[in-house]
Structure formats: C-alpha cells, structure tokens
Design a protein around this ligand. Structure first.
Ligand code: R5P
Length: 240
C-alpha cells in the first residue's frame, strides 16, 4: 500500500474529530491536504479555519472552507497537521514544506493538536530527516556559522545547508537576494541540518532558539496531544 493511501486514511480519520462550530488549524503538506479535503467534504456548519501556509489557504479557499487568521481567531480548538518524523513522546520534526513558523504559531494557539502521518514517519530517534531551521535572510551565512557551532556542541558534525528551490520553482520566484533560495511565507530562508540522531531534542531546541537570526526550528516538542498514523490495515492512535 502506498504512503499516500496511508496519509489519506490518517487525514480522513482526523476530519471526523472536527465538530460544527469549531475553530480549526489547518496544517501544511501532503498529509494535511488530505485532511483539508476530507474536512471540506463534511460540510460542517460554522467552522473557522486558520491555515498555516499560503498553499493551505489556497486549497481551503478552493474547497469552500471558511478562512480566518490567527489575528482574528487567536484561540483555536483543534489543529491537525502532518509531520516529517514522529518520535517517542510525540516529539516531532516538522518543516519539510518550509511552513514550520506559521505552523508552530498556530499549534501553540491550539487547545488540542493532532498530528497525522503515514507509518514510515514513526521513528525511535529523531534526526534521520534533516532538521529545518528558519533563518532571517540578512546575515544568514553568519547565522549559519552559529548554527554549526551549536550542532557541533551536540556532536553533529555536518553544518546545516541552506535550502534551494528546484530550477522551476526558482524561476517563479522574485527575491531581492538569492532567488535560488527557498523562501518561507514570511520571506525567510530554511537551513536543513542533517543530524543523523538527535539525542537531546529539548536541549538542541533551546540552544537553536538562542541564536540571533534563527526565527524558529522544526522541533515540535510537548505540543502534539495525539497522532493518527495511517497504516496498511487502517489507522493507529498514538499518545505522548
Ligand atoms: O512545513 C511543512 C510541514 O511541517 C509538513 O506538515 C511536513 O513537512 C509533513 O509534510 P507531508 O505531509 O507532505 O509529509
């Protein structure tokens, strides 16, 4: 069975958790897109949907879901979002789609957060997936040196690399500097850190946040309340 089928199962199961009248955070990525489609198909009354990216906003708008913003709807009942890795205690790596900052803002404003993923995302140790780190473009190479120092302090030898767009995507972008770089919805850059294994995610999260120029990182710790994992047989539910 394909990963996409597992993602669809998880997304559809998550859509059943939404009730009429809720304010719902809409995640970003291919798994979250299945959730958004399944949610729209339910046609629930009085929903308010807060998207975590321009891409999700566009999808939700096309499907007729009522959109709001975090400014207008600062208290979210339930956010449903994908992940790049789901580790022990529902510690997550997110940001493969460069949406980590808006995602984290929406997650932290949510009474409940539900992560949805295919079975391959579940890992024993975080870090095989390169950790995305969102960095201000101004002086980003200096910031990258500081990130490298922090990574080295965590026994991660390889410096993080700035994420570049595919040639097609790059040609679609207009940026004042580095048109080849992926830009987040907020106009920042993404550095990806190939960690291999993150032995102390909480300490790494704290250390990265202390670097001037780092806007956010993709470690989502103590934020997910539950995970719905799509499998070949159905879905598995995980709690922290
Ligand atoms: O920035 C993107 C998000 O964190 C996504 O939720 C994450 O990358 C998972 O994406 P997908 O469901 O496409 O694997």
């Amino acid at each position: 069975m394909s990963a996409d089928t597992q993602k669809k199962r998880a997304g559809e199961a998550a859509a059943l958790r939404v009730e009429a009248g809720m304010t719902v955070g809409l995640g970003t990525g291919s798994t979250a897109a299945w959730f958004v489609k399944a949610l729209a198909a339910r046609n629930l009354a009085d929903l308010r949907c807060v998207p975590t990216s321009e891409a999700t906003a566009e999808l939700a708008r096309d499907l007729g879901l009522p959109l709001s913003t975090l400014e207008d709807s600062p208290r979210i009942d339930l956010t449903v979002d994908g992940a790049d890795e789901v580790g022990p205690g529902l510690a997550l790596i997110k940001g493969g789609g460069a949406a980590l900052l808006r995602e984290k803002l929406v997650w932290e404003a949510s009474a409940r957060c539900l992560v949805i993923a295919d079975a391959a995302k579940v890992v024993k140790t975080l870090g095989a997936f390169a950790l995305p780190i969102e960095v201000v473009a101004f002086g980003h190479k200096t910031t990258a040196n500081r990130i490298a120092d922090v990574l080295a302090d965590h026994d991660i030898a390889m410096p993080a690399r700035v994420r570049t767009a595919s040639p097609q995507a790059a040609s679609d972008r207009v940026a004042s500097i580095g048109a080849q770089y992926v830009r987040t919805d907020g106009g920042n850059l993404i550095y990806d850190a190939k960690c291999g294994a993150i032995h102390d995610p909480a300490r790494l999260a704290d250390d990265l946040k202390l670097i001037t120029g780092v806007v956010e990182h993709g470690l989502f710790l103590d934020l997910a309340d539950e995970a719905i994992i799509g499998t070949d047989g159905g879905v598995d539910l995980l709690t922290p």
